[in-house]
Design a protein around this ligand. Structure first.
Ligand SMILES: Cc1cc2nc3c(=O)[nH]c(=O)nc-3n(C[C@H](O)[C@H](O)[C@H](O)COP(=O)(O)O)c2cc1C
Length: 157
């Protein structure tokens, strides 16, 4: 393959980066608390996402999950297909999906924060309506929240 066809394949999207941010609701199935659920998600994600070159961040707040996934489109979509079948949550709603220039969470196979009841009360107050509803977040606000999650973590933790 010469240099031209190599760069054409990059432009055509086989290696291009893709990102999805979605929100969903926690469901009590196997785990009594969202904390326990997130601990298991982190264990599984770190293993699978490393293998699939997927990176991202997860926020759990007030019974909601908000997650960013990024990588090659095919890898992100395969991962999402597994996540969508997971009975630990429901009502998955994509907030944004599309190409990105560079990874925003390159240091993390997955990082996560579960907000405490105090944090949740602050977020609900900031949201203005008295409840936190990631389903109504703009893509920019969702990304800002998830970047804040990543800033609070040690890389590769
Ligand atoms: C909110 C949420 C986020 C998840 N994030 C990931 C993830 O980033 N990567 C992953 O491999 N599994 C993730 N999982 C777990 C998957 O849903 C699934 O249980 C896991 O990938 C194992 O799939 P399998 O049993 O089909 O092999 C997540 C689950 C939930 C509920």
């Amino acid at each position: 393959m010469d240099g031209t066809s190599a760069s054409l394949s990059a432009v055509s999207g086989t290696t291009a980066l893709h990102a999805v941010i979605y929100a969903s609701r926690f469901v009590v199935v196997r785990h009594p608390t969202i904390d326990a659920c997130v601990a298991e998600i982190l264990r599984t994600s770190k293993h699978n996402n490393r293998f699939n070159h997927v990176t991202g961040a997860l926020l759990a707040c007030d019974g909601w999950f908000l997650q960013a996934l990024e990588g090659r489109r095919i890898d992100v979509e395969h991962t999402l297909r597994r996540i969508e079948r997971d009975p630990n949550h429901h009502g998955i709603r994509r907030i944004t999906a599309g190409p990105i220039e560079e990874r925003r969470f390159s240091a993390w196979q997955m990082c996560a924060s579960v907000l405490s009841p105090t944090d949740e009360a602050i977020i609900r107050t900031l949201a203005g309506s008295g409840k936190f509803d990631p389903g109504t977040l703009t893509p920019e606000a969702a990304l800002r929240l998830l970047k804040a999650v990543a800033r609070l973590q040690s890389p590769r933790a």
